[in-house]
Design a protein around this ligand. Structure first.
Ligand code: WT7
Length: 659
C-alpha cells in the first residue's frame, strides 16, 4: 500500500466512451449513472426491491427487503421464493427466446456445438429428473468436477432446479483438494467426466475422483455421475457409478422447478484465505441471481443481439456468474470454450471472436499479457489479422491490469473504439462491484474506476475512518448488497473474523489495499493478507506452506509472492529440509520433487516457480518468520531494511541465491 498512484499510473490519458457506446446504453452517460447512485443512496431498500421485482420472476413475492437483525448474517428478500433455473430458462422461453441459441460451445479441437434455450431446458429437465429418481433433493450437496462443456452448465442448472447445492471444483485441482472439498461440503453426489481436453492433451478427471474417494471421509457420496467426454477407459464401481447420458435417458422432458427460499444456498465455492484451509463461500439464490443478471446488463450493456464470451472456467466464480447464471438470466447467446488461448496457436481467441461474431469479450489480464508476448513474437497470430469489428465491449477481470497491457488490449483488440471494463470483484461479492460502465465512465488505464450503483465501496484506515483521496487504505463495503457472501460453509465464526473485524464498524473488509484519486477513481494495490494472485487465481501462502511441510523431507517452509510479468505474481518457496541443506544438482532434483508434490497436494497452479533451500529461515528473536524480508529476497533485491531484530541475519545471504 506504500506505492503511490503515480508509480502505478504510467498512462495518464483519459478515454471517454465513444458516442457509439453511449447511444442507447442501459446506463447512458455519467448523469444517468449519478442518478442511479443517488437513488440507491436515498432509499437502498426501495432501490433493491424495485430491481428484484423488475429482474426476477418470483413464485412467491417477497415483502421484506433487507433483514439486518442478525448482521453480518444479512438476509435479502427473505420471505420470497423462486427458482434460479426457471429464471434462466422458462423465463427466457416465455419471452420468445426458445429458438435462440443459448450456448455456442467450441471444443478444444475446434468442433462447435450449439444449443437453444428450449433444448437446454429439455437437457436440464431430463438430467434433473434423473437426479431426482436417484433420490437427490432440496439441500443435498453435489460436487461438480467437470471440463468446460454444455454438460457442466446442464449439471449446475439441474442442481439449481432441484435446490441441490452445488460446489464446483476446478478441473485443475488435485485429488487431495477434491477430497477436502467433498468432505467439507458433505457431498452425497459427485458429477464428473472421464477426461478433459486442453491444448490437445487429455487430462484425467474420473481417476482423480477415484483417488479422492479412496482417501476416506467421503462415505456420504452415494453416486458418481460421469459425462463421457473422450470415451477413455475408466475404472467403474457398479451400483455407484452412472454415465450422465444414462441418467438422462428415458426421463421426461419436463421437470417442475422446485421453488426455494430466496436465501437458500445456490452454491458453495471454495477460495483461498490467509490460513491453510480454503473457505467455502456460500451464496444465496435470489440476491446472487439478481446481481448476476443486473451486472451483465449494466457492465456489459447487454443487448438481445449480443454474442457474449467470458473465457473463464466454470470452476471459478467468474464462470458461475458470467457463464452459468448471468448471461442465461439475461437471455443472451454466449460462447463457451473448452480449450486454451494458445492452441493450436496464439490466434485462437481472435479467430473465435471473428468466427462467432463475438460482441462482448471478457478475459483476464494474465491471458492478455501472455498473448501480447506470443502474438508480438508470432505476427501471424496478431489480432490485427483478424476481423474483430464485431466487438463492442471488452472486459478484464481477476487482477490489476497494468497500463501497458491495457493499452495493447485497447488498441489491438478493441481497435480504440471498444470501452474496456476493468471489473473489480471477488468470489465473495458474487458479481462486479467497481467497474466502468461502457456507455458512461471515462476510462483511465489501470483503474477499475467507480462503484456500481448501490455499492458503497470506500477506503478506510485501521479504525474504519475514511482516508483522504490519494492515501492508501483498506477497501471496504459500508453497506450490504444482495449478492454478498452469506457465510463460510460450516464456519460462521471464520466468516465474521475474515470479513467483519470489530474495529471496522461493521464494514465488509475485502482484503485488498486501494486508493482513490482526485476524481474518486479506485486504484487496487493488491492483497493486504497472505493471499497471492497467480494468473488470476487466488492462492494462500499458508496453503502452499502446509502442502510443503506435509512432505516427509521438509522441516519448515515459508512462501511469498514475487511480481511476475506474465502471471502477475509467482510463488517463491523458502524451504528448510530435515536433512542438511542440499546444493547443486541434488538441490535441483529435490526442488523438482517438491514442486510435483505441491501439484499433487493442491494442483499445478500452486507449484512454486522458485524454491530456495536454507539452513534456517529469517526469524525474529520471538521466532516469527520475517516474510517482509523474504519478499525482498525473492525479488532479488538487496535488503535496505533494518535487520537488527533478526535472530540470524546471515541466513538472508544464503537464501538470496536461486538454484
Ligand atoms: C481478488 C479476488 C473477480 C473474480 C475472479 C477473481 C483481485 C479481482 C480485480 C481487478 C484488481 C482484482 C483482488 C480481489 N482482483 N479483480 N479488476 N483489479 N484486482 O476472484 O479469486 O475471489 O479473487 O482478485 O485482489 O480481492 P477471486
Amino acid at each position: 500500500m506504500s506505492n503511490s498512484i503515480e508509480s502505478v499510473l504510467v498512462e495518464t490519458r483519459v478515454f471517454p466512451p465513444p458516442a457509439s457506446a453511449v447511444q442507447g446504453a442501459t446506463i447512458s452517460g455519467m448523469d444517468a449513472y449519478r442518478a442511479l447512485v443517488a437513488q440507491a443512496e436515498r432509499d437502498p431498500n426501495a432501490f433493491w426491491a424495485r430491481l428484484a421485482r423488475e429482474h426476477l420472476q418470483w413464485t412467491k413475492p417477497f415483502t421484506q427487503v433487507l433483514d439486518e437483525s442478525k448482521a453480518p448474517f444479512y438476509r435479502w428478500f427473505g420471505d420470497g421464493e423462486l427458482n434460479v433455473s426457471a429464471n434462466c430458462l422458462e423465463a427466457q422461453i416465455a419471452q420468445g427466446k426458445g429458438d435462440k441459441v443459448a450456448i455456442i460451445f467450441e471444443a478444444d479441437d475446434g468442433k462447435v456445438d450449439k444449443i437453444t434455450y428450449s433444448q437446454l431446458l429439455v437437457r436440464v429437465s431430463r438430467f434433473a429428473n434423473g437426479l431426482k429418481s436417484l433420490g437427490y433433493k432440496l439441500g443435498d450437496r453435489a460436487i461438480i468436477y467437470m471440463p468446460m462443456s454444455i454438460e457442466a452448465v446442464v449439471a449446475m442448472q439441474a442442481c439449481a432446479r432441484l435446490g441441490v447445492i452445488h460446489s464446483v471444483v476446478f478441473g485443475g485441482f488435485s485429488a487431495k483438494s477434491l477430497q477436502e472439498r467433498i468432505v467439507d461440503v458433505g457431498a452425497s453426489l459427485v458429477i464428473t467426466a472421464d477426461e478433459q481436453m486442453r491444448g490437445g492433451k487429455a487430462i484425467a478427471l474420473k481417476p482423480a475422483v477415484e483417488e479422492a474417494l479412496a482417501m476416506g471421509g467421503c462415505e456420504a457420496v452415494r453416486r458418481v455421475v460421469v459425462y463421457k467426454r473422450t470415451g477413455a477407459k475408466v475404472d467403474w464401481t457398479e451400483g455407484r457409478d452412472l454415465w450422465m447420458h444414462d441418467v438422462e435417458a428415458g426421463q421426461p422432458d419436463v421437470c417442475t422447478p422446485t421453488p426455494v427460499n430466496a436465501e437458500h444456498p445456490l452454491f458453495i465455492l471454495y477460495t483461498s484465505g490467509s490460513t491453510g484451509k480454503p473457505k467455502g463461500v456460500q451464496h444465496s439464490s435470489a440476491g446472487y441471481l439478481l446481481w448476476s443478471a443486473l451486472t451483465v446488463k449494466w457492465t456489459f450493456d447487454s443487448r438481445d443481439s449480443d454474442v457474449f464470451w467470458c473465457t473463464a472456467d466454470v470452476g471459478w466464480v467468474t464462470g458461475h456468474t458470467y457463464i452459468t447464471y448471468g448471461p442465461l438470466a439475461c437471455g443472451l447467446t454466449q460462447v463457451m470454450f473448452e480449450g486454451v488461448p494458445t492452441y493450436p496457436d496464439s490466434g485462437r481467441f481472435w479467430d473465435m471472436i471473428a468466427r462467432h461474431k463475438v460482441s462482448v469479450f471478457y478475459t483476464a489480464p494474465t491471458a492478455i499479457r501472455s498473448l501480447i508476448k506470443a502474438c508480438e513474437g508470432n505476427p501471424k497470430t496478431h489480432p490485427r489479422n483478424y476481423a474483430l469489428d464485431c466487438l463492442r465491449i471488452i472486459g478484464s477481470v481477476g487482477e490489476p491490469i497494468n497500463p501497458e497491457a491495457w493499452m495493447w488490449y485497447y488498441k489491438n483488440v478493441g481497435r480504440e473504439r471498444c470501452p474496456i471494463v476493468d471489473t473489480w470483484w471477488q468470489t465473495e461479492t458474487g458479481g462486479h462491484m467497481i467497474t466502468p460502465l461502457p456507455g458512461a465512465t471515462p476510462l483511465k488505464p489501470g483503474s477499475c474506476t467507480l462503484p456500481l450503483p448501490g455499492i458503497s465501496a470506500a477506503i478506510v484506515d485501521e479504525t474504519g475512518e475514511d482516508v483522504p483521496s490519494g492515501s492508501g487504505g483498506f477497501l471496504v463495503m459500508k453497506r450490504p448488497w444482495p449478492a454478498m457472501i452469506r457465510t463460510i460453509w460450516g464456519d460462521p465464526d471464520r466468516f465474521i473474523k475474515s470479513y467483519f473485524p470489530p474495529e471496522l464498524k461493521g464494514y465488509y473488509l475485502a482484503g485488498d489495499g486501494a486508493q482513490r484519486d482526485a476524481d474518486g477513481y479506485f486504484w487496487i494495490m493488491g492483497r493486504i493478507d497472505d493471499v497471492l494472485n497467480v494468473s488470476g487465481h487466488r492462492l494462500g501462502t499458508m496453503e502452499v506452506e502446509s502442502a510443503l511441510v506435509a512432505h516427509e523431507m521438509v522441516a519448515e517452509a515459508a512462501v511469498v509472492g514475487r511480481p511476475d510479468d506474465t502471471t502477475g505474481e509467482a510463488v517463491v518457496a523458502f524451504v528448510v529440509l530435515k536433512r542438511s541443506r542440499p546444493e547443486g544438482d541434488e538441490a535441483k532434483a529435490i526442488a523438482q520433487q517438491l514442486r510435483d508434490w505441491v501439484a499433487k497436494e493442491i494442483g499445478p497452479i500452486a507449484k512454486p516457480r522458485d524454491i530456495r533451500f536454507g539452513d534456517n529461515l529469517p526469524k525474529t528473536r520471538s521466532g516469527k518468520i520475517m516474510r517482509r524480508l523474504l519478499r525482498v529476497v525473492a525479488k532479488g533485491e538487496t535488503i535496505t531494511q533494518d535487520v537488527s531484530t533478526l535472530e540470524n541475519p546471515a541466513i538472508l545471504e544464503q537464501l538470496s541465491k536461486s538454484l
